[in-house]
Design a protein around this ligand. Structure first.
Ligand code: BGC
Length: 750
């Protein structure tokens, strides 16, 4: 009975979520060549293609036995080979000395730039700008390909709803729609239109899937989620990357509902290949095949190899289950030769698309133009557009360039730290820090760190910092987190400013001078304790190589802060996970009935007191909502209209709204459109982002902005795994963030 139910559910899954897909995978021009090559390969060579061998990202020496393996055709790809002579030599061995001369692919984590570093991906997401994301990955590809790298382990498309999770820094934030737009842009930027262009690199959409849903934001942790949630929230960014041509996909470390992603046949075969029609190759994450033993899913290395192979994993990163056991597994008929051939086919297809058969070697004339003027210019632009202004009391910002400035804080001159996580190849000697930018601008400033690094608890430096603060017109406090406090395996339970930063800000506040807090960090930092001591707060993320100049220009109004939050900013870590597109619940939080902790009468009778789904001590709103960001001007939204009150399926609804720049400065607004499906066959989120548009307005200028949405935008996957829009009433908002906006409603009818 159970079996029948699953079979039914499974076939329904395939039928209903397929969405007019062609029956065959989108195999391209190389299939005959691939088959011809496979027919000549020995079993050992085939297994060799599935091996991704690597050295640590810091390794300088190439182990001798790796060369031997290449000669024998036992390696398909490498990661982290950064010595150019080794790259050349290994490729030569593969082409000239291995049995069938199959080229190697060299991979690397080129995540937000190679040498020229852009803001961390969460910062790039704060630009809400696909062009910037595309450009940054194009430049990353151009620089990295000069080092022989033709494959990056990016973009990370894991939706992240918990700022404790260290890898939120690498994520596109909490919203699925924004992540789908940016996911496509990353792929276009890395890969271009033609992967055989030697200045482009293959991308890897990672980590498939739901890695960001780890319990409590603890890295690598367990993920339990329903299939509708998986499909509605976590899958669309991967679909978008695959539709844009992502060459590879990386399976994630985590388990999903008890099955590790790396051994998950349903997700790798049925969804990724069957539904999303992915025709590149799937690589495991670092050792994630053998980690299935620790997960308690595989008995031993051989079993782990078998489970990964049966699930459809094509290439194994670093661990050696395939290398050590595939031959035996095939002999025992536990894995078939057809299955192995399919892995090899998928891998060779990407090698052909990369043009590696015609052009295997690194072009020695291609220098990558590391840190070229135009690369730095784009990095600076990205850093400017990623800064999010969170507070600006009495318009203290922008500051006059003539003001006497006290530059204080552990991140004011921290060239390594401002590059952020996954910055292996960017050299700190090239970092433009805020201090350097002030020096170069010949600005009127004094500098005292106050704290040597973000975790410093010593107060030794306070005195000097307070002295210079007293003599200044304004204090610029560059605080936040060092790069190592976010990223992989660097989750935090408390996300306040670490070390004695709050204490120093409190001391500085006693001088009575205005304080501008500039935060450089890999995640939102809870600032509830000290925000009242500040006059302005600017979130700069880890802004990359050009962060200093970018911040100088923003702080002094040469440029405006243009970023908007790609994640809700919590008041306290206790609110996490927090995301704007939550469900309503049966007792939604309500500001009119909410009784905060301090107002509860002593010895109160046990009742809900009117309290609903929220915290007594932290309420139910974030500190700053998703989509939020101030500018140096102000905007007014008015005259919203919709083309029809009722639309039919596949008919467009046009939404118009007037935006006026009511401030004295020119500025750019990010206009956001959200909808709410009031009643569904499964409950629906209170709001979902569906469109956004940047609009530049001169002071006093008004523009009419229009958006179009259709029933396609209202589709979701329900409990029967049917993807469809459902008839009914929808609320619609157009506004500056997820918590504000003009509201209307419309009906969707058959
Ligand atoms: C990370 C991946 C990364 C890989 C290779 C793993 O630990 O999870 O994101 O691409 O290492 O460096």
């Amino acid at each position: 009975m159970k079996k029948i139910f699953f079979l039914l559910l499974f076939s329904l899954t395939l039928v209903s979520c397929k969405e007019n897909k062609p029956k065959l995978l989108k195999y391209g021009a190389y299939e005959n060549k691939i088959d011809a090559l496979i027919s000549k390969m020995t079993l050992e060579e085939k297994i060799g293609q599935t091996n991704l061998r690597g050295v640590s990202s810091r390794a300088k020496i190439l182990p001798e036995d790796l060369k031997e393996s290449v000669k024998n055709g036992n390696v398909g790809a490498f990661l982290n080979i950064m010595n150019l002579d080794y790259v050349d030599e290994l490729q030569r061995l593969a082409i000239e000395e291995s049995p069938n001369g199959i080229p190697l692919i060299f991979g690397r984590d080129v995540i937000h730039g190679f040498k020229t570093l852009f803001p961390i991906p969460l910062g790039l997401a704060a630009t809400w700008d696909a062009q910037i994301v595309e450009k940054s990955s194009e430049i990353a590809a151009f620089e990295a390909s000069a080092a022989g790298i033709r494959w990056t382990f990016a973009p990370m498309l894991d939706i992240a709803r918990d700022s404790r999770w260290g890898r939120i820094a690498e994520s596109p934030g909490e919203d699925t729609y924004l992540a789908t737009i940016l996911g496509e842009a990353y792929i276009k930027g890395f890969q271009g239109d033609d992967l055989s262009n030697p200045h482009r690199i293959a991308a890897s959409a990672k980590h498939y899937i739901a890695y960001g849903a780890a319990i409590g934001g603890r890295d690598y942790n367990t993920v339990n989620l329903s299939e509708p949630l998986l499909r509605n929230v976590y899958l669309p960014p991967f679909k978008s990357a695959i539709d844009a041509g992502a060459a590879t996909v990386m399976s994630s470390f985590n388990e999903i509902n008890g099955i590790p992603a790396t051994g998950n046949e349903f997700l790798l075969k049925d969804v990724l290949r069957g539904e999303l029609q992915f025709d590149g190759f799937v690589v495991s994450d670092w050792d994630s095949v053998i980690e299935m033993i620790e997960h308690g899913f595989a008995r031993d290395e051989k079993h782990a190899g078998e489970l990964a192979a049966k699930a459809g994993l094509d290439m194994e990163m670093t661990s050696e289950a395939y290398e050590n056991h595939l031959k035996e597994l095939i002999k025992e008929n536990k894995v078939t030769i057809e299955e192995l051939n399919e892995f090899v086919r998928n891998i060779l297809r990407i090698k052909f698309r990369l043009g590696l058969f015609e052009n295997p070697y690194r072009n020695k004339k291609h220098t990558g133009n590391f840190y070229a003027e135009k690369h730095l210019k784009e990095a600076k632009k990205a850093a400017i557009e990623s800064t999010v202004l969170l507070k600006n009391k009495n318009s203290i910002l922008p500051i006059s360039t003539k003001a006497k400035v006290a530059i204080i804080g552990p991140l004011a001159n921290a060239p390594h730290e401002q590059l952020g996580t996954w910055a292996f190849d960017g050299e700190k000697e090239h970092t433009n820090t805020p201090l350097l930018a002030y020096k170069n601008a010949n600005a009127n400033f004094k500098f005292a760190k106050g704290l040597t690094h973000s975790r410093d608890i010593s107060k030794k430096g306070f005195k000097k910092a307070i002295e210079i603060a007293k003599k200044s017109d304004v204090i610029l406090f560059f605080g936040g987190e060092e790069a190592i406090l976010s990223g992989e395996a660097h989750s935090r339970a408390n996300i306040d400013l670490p070390g004695a930063q709050e204490e120093l800000i409190n001391e500085l506040a006693k001088t009575g001078k205005p304080i501008v807090l500039v935060i450089m960090a890999g995640r939102p930092i809870t600032i509830t304790n000290i925000i009242e001591k500040t006059d302005a707060v600017l979130m700069a993320w880890h802004p990359g190589t050009m962060g200093g100049e970018a911040l100088y220009e923003v702080l002094h109004g040469i440029k405006s802060p243009e970023g908007r939050l790609p994640v809700s900013w919590p008041k306290t870590a206790g609110q996490l996970p927090f995301f704007y597109n939550h469900k309503n619940t049966g007792r939604p939080a309500d500001s009119t009935s909410f009784i905060p902790m301090e107002k509860i009468p002593i010895a109160a009778w046990q009742s809900s007191l009117g309290n609903d789904s929220h915290y007594l001590d932290a309420g139910f709103t974030p500190h700053f909502p998703f989509g939020f960001g101030l500018t140096y001007t102000s905007f007014n939204y008015s005259d919203m209209s919709i083309s029809k009150n009722t639309i039919h399926f596949n008919e467009d609804l046009e939404v118009k709204v007037s935006i006026k720049n009511t401030g004295e400065k020119d500025g750019k607004e990010l206009v956001q459109l959200y909808v709410q499906d009031l009643v569904g066959s499964i409950t629906r989120p209170v709001k979902e982002l569906k469109r956004f548009k940047h609009v530049f307005l001169k002071s006093g200028e008004t523009k009419e902005i229009s958006f179009k949405i259709s029933s396609k935008d209202l589709e979701f996957v329900n409990h029967k795994i049917i993807k469809a829009a459902e008839e009914g009433t929808f609320n619609l908002w157009v506004g500056p963030n997820a918590a504000q906006g003009l509201k209307t409603s419309f009906i969707l009818q058959k």
